[in-house]
Structures are given as C-alpha cells and as structure tokens.
Design a protein around this ligand. Structure first.
Ligand code: R5P
Length: 283
C-alpha cells in the first residue's frame, strides 16, 4: 500500500507505514491565488492500493477529499481514507430543517473515489450507516486504559457524560486489570446550552470518558454537577480534543486535575494538565 500522510498526522502515518509492506507517497496540496485547491502527486499510483492519512475536520476536509479523488484519477486500485477524527458525524439523526452532515460526507467520499474508511471512536453506529461506505472504527480503549492506571484509587468510577459515551466507558473498565463501576449522566442539549443531571451515586474520584471535546460545554456542565455531588477529583479521557474557544479552561477550576486526549487532531493546547496519548499503537 502507498501511504499518503498529511503533515499533521505524521506519527499515525508512520505507524501505518511500519504496519506492513507499505511505502510513503509524495504529494503536495497547493492553492491558486484565489484560494482554490489543487493537488500534485509525485508517486506512481497506477493499479496500486493507497491510503490517505488525515482527519476529516472543518477547514481542511476538502484537502483529503481532493487528494483521494486525484489518486483515483491517476489509476489507484483502491483508496482508503484513514481519518483519525471523522468530522460531521454528530449530524447523524434527522431533525426538522437541519442538515445531515453524515449523509453528506458519505456522498462526498463516494464521489471522491474513496472505497473504505478507517477511523477511531466513530461518533455513533448510525453515523457510520449514514455514510453508506465500508467503515471500520478502531477503539482508543487500550490507550486510555493504560494512561489512567496511576489515577485509580479505592473510590473511583468511570462516567460517561451521556448514554452515547457509555459503551466506550464500559470498554475502558473492561480493559483494566480490575473493573471499575461504570455509569452515565443524563444530558439534554438545547439552543441555550447543555443541561446535565446525575443518574445515581458517584464516587469521590471520577474518570469521565467522551469522544469529542469541542467547546468543552458538555464536560463543564457534567463536572459542575459532579462538584455539586461532592466529587473531589475528575480525570477526563477524550479521544478527539478540539479545544475551541476558552470555555474548556473552566474545567480546571471545577475539579478536573487531568485531561488525556489523543493525537487524532493537531494543535492540542499546551497545558500542564493536558496530556496527549498517541493512537499510533492501535494502527
Ligand atoms: C456529543 O454527542 C459529543 O459526544 C460531545 O459530548 C460533544 O459534541 C462535545 O461538544 P462540546 O465540547 O462543545 O460540548
């Protein structure tokens, strides 16, 4: 396979390169004066299987689609999009008058010649179905299970901020040498923000598991509830850290002592309480 890695995903790209008899592909994404993208591929891909290593994330999504399309145009036999973060998947359910980003993304992928998608902690099974393209979602579980070992004491539990993240929370517990209690909070998102309520007893130390930290609003609302219930310490494990705006910084004022996040996305803020754990080992 010829592996075309975008520069922000070199570590994952290197892991994929080393996982088999693969070679690195050379390409460059450029822009005309008016900002229109074009793409030059310097590696012969005729009849070859190719992988594009990237994230499908707002702002650069067209780059990976254009590269995929170009590879197919140049004769690639198969194009696999390896997107450590697959954006737009939160638009997975029909809501009156609202777009369906997951269906749209699938249409764009198919028309860009993508044959298969590999991602990590896909937002939901439904989003995967909406893509109408073969997809494999790897799990970050081993990476987080290893990271949190040091923080577990006798009164620790794993919590998901909503029921959507419960399965990931359970998987982490199952991967530990001794399972921990697992539960989820109840989350309601309205136009005016996120409301979270507890769902039973909580431990004094909580490991909170979610797939995405975008603005941090969900986790801030969850941690405020936990604080009100007397929780002393919260450790966050979030796969895709976007850290948009400044809201997430409130987490450190309401009991969060550590955020573990992965390298599925670039530009993780540098902060002594944020630790990046690499996904390289799962590829
Ligand atoms: C929602 O379903 C996701 O799993 C995340 O909880 C959510 O998207 C995070 O967004 P924010 O950080 O802006 O609350």
């Amino acid at each position: 396979m010829i592996v075309f890695s975008f520069s922000d995903y070199k570590a994952i790209g290197q892991a994929i390169l080393e996982s088999g008899e693969n070679t690195a592909g050379e390409f460059e994404i450029k822009t005309f004066g008016n900002g229109e993208l074009y793409c030059d591929v310097a590696t012969n891909v005729d009849g070859k299987e190719c992988a594009v290593v990237c994230s499908l994330v707002a702002g650069t999504e067209l780059q990976s689609l254009l590269l995929s399309h170009t590879l197919k145009l140049l004769g690639a036999k198969k194009v696999t999009l390896i997107a450590s973060y697959l954006g737009y998947m939160r638009q997975d359910k029909r809501e009156p008058g609202r777009s369906m980003g997951s269906i749209w993304t699938g249409a764009l992928m198919r028309s860009s010649g993508i044959d298969e998608v590999i991602t990590v902690d896909l937002h939901s099974e439904l989003a995967g179905k909406n893509l109408e393209i073969p997809i494999r979602s790897l799990v970050s579980t081993p990476v987080f299970a290893e990271a949190i070992g040091y923080f577990i004491d006798q009164d620790t539990m794993i919590l998901a901020p909503d029921d959507g993240a419960l399965e990931a929370a359970r998987r982490i517990s199952d991967a530990l040498p001794n399972k921990l209690p697992v539960n989820h909070l109840n989350k309601v998102r309205t136009e005016s923000g996120v409301t979270v309520t507890a769902n039973g007893k909580v431990s004094s130390r909580v490991i909170m598991v979610d797939d995405i930290l975008d603005s941090g609003g969900t986790l801030v609302a969850a941690c405020k509830v936990l604080r009100g219930l007397g929780v002393k310490d919260v450790i966050i494990c979030v796969t895709h850290g976007q850290f948009v705006g400044t809201k997430w910084q409130e987490l450190f004022e309401i009991g969060v002592s550590k955020i573990f996040t992965t390298d599925s996305l670039p530009k993780i803020p540098s902060h002594d309480k944020i630790q990046i754990v690499s996904l390289s080992s799962i590829f």
